[in-house]
Design a protein around this ligand. Structure first.
Ligand code: BMA
Length: 362
């Protein structure tokens, strides 16, 4: 992982640019990607003819159907990452009693998964089992300097109130839980995949204890992943229009590009028929990600497919992870759908950069 633009990073970026030159060009090729590697075996499907949106749905969606385990009713809003030549994931699984828990899974292709039946048992730094939280949901996973970090919405111990949980693992066998990052109420903690100016940085979304009717995106800094501060507002809901006027929240781990951090976020509109969760993009400054460079003025995907409009909570697209092939810019976005299914959408980082710029009001 990269701390600043070192010689090593520049050399690796040059190598990637050379690879990109020989890779299939996509419409609107724009910029370069940092910090990610080639991932030629990731799930992929070409843009279908006639598709007018910047991203498109996988034709075999949903990739995880209802009842994926005997004790689990629904798996959605989950995170995947390349590991050991294949893929691993941390999955939000709602049990039949509706309580959400995090389960670990493995896959050779990021499509066909084998899940652990028991939720992840976190331990403290001395290896003692942590008391079980009442609820754990909406995980994100990333790697920084060879260590994998998981952030999720966790029950602040003993309060039934949501805050950000953080854990680290080196082998996806032992998961060491760190301190509560924030006081309640906070959700959607998403770490940046490298330190910025020597500090860990996390996007987050302060909120309330209920089914939050508000929410803006902030970021916070930490030198040690224990004490968080220097909180900054990144962006407020509603600036782009009605489709995001109730609340917004950061989605997958930001992707570093020469054009800024590409951040996919969910955006919620309140209608007379309930909440509608769409997703869109924003580009944040590489050195100061509290600064918005370009922000799309429309969703890149809104619920339309049956598995998005019909389910436990209709009309929800909730992205929590991406896989990216740095050689081509190909992107697979893992989304929760209707709080019931896991689905995939495909796009290209360079096209999304161009689309975000072209659809930004400045
Ligand atoms: C949000 C979170 C998500 C969920 C969404 C739609 O507040 O709880 O986990 O997908 O609502 O119900």
């Amino acid at each position: 992982m990269l701390n600043s633009e070192t010689n090593e990073e520049r050399a690796s970026a040059e190598k990637k640019i050379a690879a990109q030159k020989s890779a299939p060009k996509t419409e609107g090729s724009n910029g370069r990607i940092f910090g990610l590697s080639a991932l030629p075996n990731m799930p992929w499907e070409d843009k279908p003819a006639g598709c007018t949106r910047p991203i498109w749905r996988y034709s075999a969606n949903p990739v995880i159907d209802r009842n994926p385990l005997p004790n689990v009713a629904r798996a959605f809003n989950s995170a995947v990452i390349p590991y050991g030549g294949g893929y691993v994931g941390v999955f939000r699984m709602d049990h039949h009693n509706c309580m959400p828990h995090l389960h670990f899974g493995t896959s050779p292709d990021a499509l066909n998964w084998t899940f652990n039946e028991e939720p992840i048992q976190f331990v403290d730094e001395d290896g003692r089992p942590m008391p079980k939280a009442e609820f754990t949901y909406d995980p994100r996973v990333l790697e920084i300097d060879g260590i994998y970090y998981i952030s999720w919405c966790n029950e602040f111990p003993g309060t039934m109130s949501p805050t950000i949980g953080l854990a680290m693992t080196e082998d996806f066998e032992t998961f060491v839980q760190l301190e509560n990052a924030f006081l309640p109420f906070n959700r959607n903690g998403v770490l940046f995949p490298r330190k910025i100016n020597g500090e860990f940085v996390m996007l987050n979304r302060p909120s309330d204890n209920g089914h939050t009717p508000f929410g803006d995106i902030y970021l916070s800094h930490s030198k040690d992943l224990i004490y968080w501060g220097k909180h900054r507002l990144v962006m407020k809901r509603g600036a782009g229009g009605w489709w995001e006027n109730t609340k917004i929240g950061p989605g997958p781990v930001p992707i570093e590009t020469s054009e800024g951090w590409l951040v996919i976020y969910h955006a919620v509109s309140n209608t007379c028929n309930g909440l509608i969760y769409s997703m869109s993009t924003v580009l944040l400054d590489r050195d100061d990600p509290a600064k918005v460079l370009y922000r799309a003025n429309q969703p890149m995907l809104s619920p339309e497919a049956p598995y998005e409009t019909t389910g436990f909570t209709p009309n929800v697209i909730f992205p929590c992870a991406t896989l990216c092939d740095a050689d081509t810019g190909r992107l697979a976005i893992y989304c929760g759908a209707a709080d019931t299914f896991t689905s995939l959408a495909f796009g290209n980082v360079y096209d999304l950069i161009a689309w975000t710029k072209a659809n930004s009001d400045g």
